[in-house]
Design a protein around this ligand. Sequence first.
Ligand SMILES: NC(=O)c1ccc[n+]([C@@H]2O[C@H](COP(=O)([O-])OP(=O)(O)OC[C@H]3O[C@@H](n4cnc5c(N)ncnc54)[C@H](O)[C@@H]3O)[C@@H](O)[C@H]2O)c1
Length: 390
Amino acid sequence: MEVKNIVMLGFGDMGKGIAQVCLMAGYSVTAVDVSDEIIQKGLEYNRTGFEKLEEKGKLPKGATAATIMEKLKVNKNLSNAVKNADLVIEAVLEKPDIKQQLCKEVIDNSPEHCIFASNTSSISITEIAQVCDKPENVIGMHFFNPAPLMRLIEVIKGDKASEEAMDIGVKVAKTLPCLRGERYVARVLKDRPGFIVNRVLAPSSIYTNYIVDLAYENEIPWEQVDADLSNPNAPMTSLTLADFTGRDIAFNAGLYYAEKISADFKPGKVLTMHYNKGTLGKKTGKGYYDWSKGRPQPDLSKKAGLVDRRVFIAITANEGCRILEEGVVKSWKVIDEAIQAGMNFPGPMQYATTNYKELSNVLEEYSEKLGKSYLKPCEMLKSGKFVDMQ
Ligand SMILES: NC(=O)c1ccc[n+]([C@@H]2O[C@H](COP(=O)([O-])OP(=O)(O)OC[C@H]3O[C@@H](n4cnc5c(N)ncnc54)[C@H](O)[C@@H]3O)[C@@H](O)[C@H]2O)c1
């Protein structure tokens, strides 16, 4: 089956960017959203985006902003919009019941071959698919924000999805250009919480919660903790980034992983306090830092000396090994490449191939120290069996 017509369901922050790369790849795109205002903003974003790319000579050969925009239609009636769709990419609110309802509506009203791909960050693809008549046609296509600039797309197999649907998802994803480097598509073989990148990075929060709670109890200034936690080459310090993303997002992610994977992910004292007080970071003007005068510029000249940086690499390598054990991916290289493409920093696995014994010892020590059994090294890491899974 050749994909020609794509429906972009949800034209918000993610949807408008995903539509942009689909259009650049030459697909016809129909955008569907319930909000007229969002549709107008999405059209404007795409028009000005293509005009800028045209000026810079970065549009595909022979295309102009005007010819590309001709391939973008809008339609507020979903059942009607999907009549000729080959692929529907869904990026509406992160609510399971809404995604399920829309998945059913799409499958009921689209051609037999049409694939429904959800951009969810956390909801199970299998769960979304279970209410529709063709779960074999339901996959995940998880883009990173903003979709035109972030290289990674994770294509996720719902438990009942067919290999053919996966092949089509991967094939389309590979055709979508990235404006900053080469597109990287990771095939996610099992539908497990967080897929690859979010999952591997998630348990670092267990250690961060411990550090910030310790600092709070000892009245150590956030700037000093931030100096410990931050990578000097990163575009933002760690605590600035935590404020920028939003403390509510971190709080909800903690609850989500606590429910799905281990109670050790439960939000710590400081995070819970920020959430309850509404000091959510940039969006409320205050989090760790004051944002009322714009982005804070913390002074990192003095360190608190609380952080052992080996712990982060040990925790992420351990989680990488867990998803290898679970069969989410078959190769540690995919994990490293996905993290690099989705987050712009290197993954932990290459380093772990020669240092897994030391990393396992670090985890034994810190799981005791923090009283968190989830931090214990898994068999795959301890034994080094993953090394051959290239
Ligand atoms: N923002 C991110 O960084 C990011 C990254 C990866 C994945 N995601 C996922 O992408 C999805 C969308 O996130 P977003 O940040 O673009 O949200 P958003 O709020 O910007 O956009 C959601 C859009 O869905 C529309 N919508 C709501 N109900 C609808 C319906 N019944 N039919 C059609 N449109 C409807 C809303 O009007 C809105 O425009 C979520 O599932 C989110 O978890 C987000």
